[in-house]
Design a protein around this ligand. Structure first.
Ligand code: NAG
Ligand code: NAG
Ligand code: NAG
Ligand code: NAG
Ligand code: NAG
Ligand code: NAG
Ligand code: NAG
Length: 238
């Protein structure tokens, strides 16, 4: 069964799912689709994936993310548009960090609960001991869908900045991960499947290994697809 949804949120505090918003406006529409392909990889979007060159349209197993930077406004960081997909009965995640072995990573989680409903979480990984904890972050325009173990999502991260000693504010180590979901929306241990060398997210060609472009149509989501539009009021960062 497919369940798709769209959140337009100013702030994600921990996990976000239909009906969980505090002050939000919630509406539903049918036939949401989240289409993710390799089109533009290495040209207009930076792609990372495992196994290498895998097909994100669902025909084979593939843990895939693409990143497009927009509105660069140094030194304030850049806005990132992210696509993420993979197979998991729990969650898939994209991590961004300045240094994988020290400090923390920003982790963005697209997940399904036991009844196959999509939800999104913002988390932080302690890079020293690999523990993960939920955190609050501004994330916008979250869309996601679940079909069996196949999870797809898109979201926007405004004003992302590699704040530490990296030479460039848009240079990050990225990683792709999976994990389990427990008790509704409980995020289990994070298992990193792929870590990339530091990549300049503003340069789609910086991950040259992933530059082959193919066009493959994504099958339309039909039947039970549900779209949720949730406008969460702006919260102030504490
Ligand atoms: C982004 O990082 C640069 C370099 O560390 C810093 O000068 C700037 O203030 C940061 N911007 C924000 C919004 O954190
Ligand atoms: C990452 O952190 C480790 C441990 O602190 C340090 O040895 C290494 O040089 C750092 N790497 C970079 C690229 O800064
Ligand atoms: C991981 O490190 C953080 C910060 O040092 C600490 O608060 C946390 O308890 C540690 N977790 C484990 C399981 O060691
Ligand atoms: C995000 O959602 C808003 C409201 O639906 C829309 O106006 C805006 O164009 C979207 N932005 C992107 C980058 O999709
Ligand atoms: C799925 O489960 C969650 C809690 O785990 C609940 O909030 C949600 O309403 C359920 N959705 C459906 C479609 O049953
Ligand atoms: C997704 O792809 C299908 C088939 O290629 C297309 O008909 C549909 O318009 C696309 N949907 C979105 C939201 O891009
Ligand atoms: C869901 O996945 C199944 C098998 O993987 C596939 O046959 C079906 O077309 C998918 N449904 C949609 C709506 O994409």
């Amino acid at each position: 069964m497919d369940r798709g949804l769209l959140f337009v949120a100013s702030m994600v505090m921990g996990c976000l799912a239909p009906g969980v918003s505090g002050n939000g406006h919630l509406s539903y529409a049918n036939n949401t689709e989240v289409n993710i392909t390799r089109t533009g990889c290495g040209l207009t979007k930076l792609c990372v994936e495992t196994p290498e060159q895998c097909d994100p349209t669902g025909k084979t197993s593939c843990l895939f993310a693409s990143i497009v930077t927009t509105a660069p406004s140094p030194p304030n960081g850049v806005d990132l548009s992210v696509e993420l997909l993979g197979d998991s009965s729990g969650y898939i995640a994209l991590g961004l960090t300045a240094n994988e072995t020290e400090g923390t990573s920003m982790v963005f989680i697209c997940a399904q609960n036991r009844n196959g409903s999509f939800f999104f979480c913002s988390a932080q990984r302690n890079n020293l001991n690999n523990t993960i904890s939920l955190t609050q972050r501004i994330v916008k325009n979250i869309t996601g869908s679940v079909n069996g173990t196949f999870i797809k999502c898109k979201f926007m991260l405004p004003a992302v900045n590699a704040t530490t000693r990296t030479s460039h504010v848009t240079t990050f180590v990225t990683f792709l991960a999976v994990g389990n979901v427990r008790n509704g929306m409980g995020i289990g241990d994070i298992n990193i499947r792929l870590t990339n060398e530091p990549l300049n997210l503003a340069d789609p060609t910086s991950n040259v290994a992933a530059t082959t472009t193919t066009t493959a149509g994504s099958s339309a989501l039909t039947s039970q697809a549900v779209m949720v539009l949730l406008s969460v009021l702006m919260y102030r960062l504490s």
